[in-house]
Unconditional design. Structure first.
Length: 108
């Protein structure tokens, strides 16, 4: 399923081209400008790390990973998905984990 999603997202990006960006990408940037970072609480369950947003204004973002690296990738993808942004636009979104607080994500 993940391979299918990545291929589909790349096709969408190739079809739209670089001149047009999805509306969700603009909404994502507006969200971070208005509300700031998205904070996450982490829990361990059955060998997985579960991340649950604590201050997302439009509900909750919940994802998991087997290790910190996978969890980081999944959190970024879940944020993009919340704004209906294809994962092929991850570079343009530029979501990163803030250094001063390892539980917060923001835009550059």
């Amino acid at each position: 399923m993940a391979l299918f999603k990545r291929v589909k997202d790349q096709i969408i990006k190739a079809f739209w081209g670089k001149a047009i960006v999805p509306r969700g990408l603009l909404d994502l940037h507006d969200y971070f400008r208005l509300y700031g970072q998205i904070m996450f609480r982490f829990e361990k369950n059955d060998g997985k790390i579960i991340a649950i947003s604590t201050n997302f204004k439009y509900g909750s973002i919940v994802t998991s990973g087997n290790d910190a690296k996978e969890l980081d990738k999944n959190i970024k993808d879940a944020i993009l998905t919340s704004f209906e942004v294809p994962s092929s636009y991850a570079k343009e979104a530029n979501i990163y984990k803030t250094e001063e607080n390892q539980e917060a994500y923001a835009l550059a």
